[in-house]
Ligand binder design. Structure first.
Ligand code: ADP
Ligand code: NI
Length: 212
């Protein structure tokens, strides 16, 4: 694959996500691409596959496009004349990365593990906090409701139909991600983002209770 393919992939996803405010924006994809490449350079794996899978990982997100059989990713790869084998490999990665509560899967390939780690990394830390509230706001959800407890150990079905608060999302997903990272590089990077969220939640609760 040549650099032109990656440039065109960026423009392709920019067009798909135009106007989305739920955290599935173009810049999320760019950050996942950059993080995935950083992780790949430490962990090995095919960098071209990692980069293209990262750029296309949300191109067929079912929250935005329904269950469409990776139509967007496939039509882009067809237009670039990507080998059928590579296309299948990339579609498999895309199908495995999403968080589904206790039904989340460990990707079967190193490249998949790297892209999943990069996607999860962008859901935690300072950016993860901003994305959680942006997503919650876009769905009209409350930030926090005292006495409304997080639901732990949700199945895929429960997770996707859950309507909880944005603060509960930290306990239902974001704080779990550190220990779900696949690669050593991502585990190391996740620690400081994780600690930042724990400190943030502490401060949020102190302020809420009029203590700080
Ligand atoms: P990803 O791009 O990592 O696959 P998702 O599609 O699950 O992420 O969600 C997009 C962003 O919105 C992520 O940062 C995620 O943590 C956040 N998000 C998802 N569901 C919720 C929710 N119920 N409340 C708050 N934030 C959410
Ligand atoms: Ni994503």
């Amino acid at each position: 694959m040549d650099e032109g393919t990656f440039d065109r992939a960026k423009e392709f996803v920019r067009g798909l996500f135009e106007g989305d405010s739920s955290g599935h924006d173009f810049y999320h994809t760019m950050r996942v691409h950059d993080l995935a490449r950083t992780i790949c350079r430490q962990e090995g794996g095919d960098e071209d596959i990692v980069r293209l899978a990262a750029l296309l990982h949300d191109a067929d997100d079912r929250k935005l496009f329904g269950d469409n059989g990776f139509q967007n990713a496939r039509s882009f790869m067809d237009s670039e004349h990507i080998d059928v084998e590579d296309q299948l490999y990339i579609c498999e990665i895309i199908s495995q990365i999403s968080f589904k509560g206790k039904d989340s899967v460990v990707p079967t390939t190193l490249e998949g593990k790297i892209v999943q780690d990069a996607d999860r990394m962008d859901a935690i830390g300072a950016i993860g906090i901003a994305r959680a509230f942006a997503y919650g706001g876009s769905k009209g959800r409350a930030m926090y409701i005292p006495g409304d407890d997080p639901k732990l150990g949700m199945s895929e079905k429960e997770y996707f139909s859950n309507q909880g608060t944005s603060i509960n999302h930290f306990y239902e997903k974001l704080l779990l991600l550190k220990d779900m990272m696949n690669t050593e590089t991502a585990k190391r990077m996740a620690q400081s983002r994780h600690d930042y969220m724990v400190g943030y939640l502490d401060e949020f609760m102190s302020e809420w209770q009029g203590k700080a």
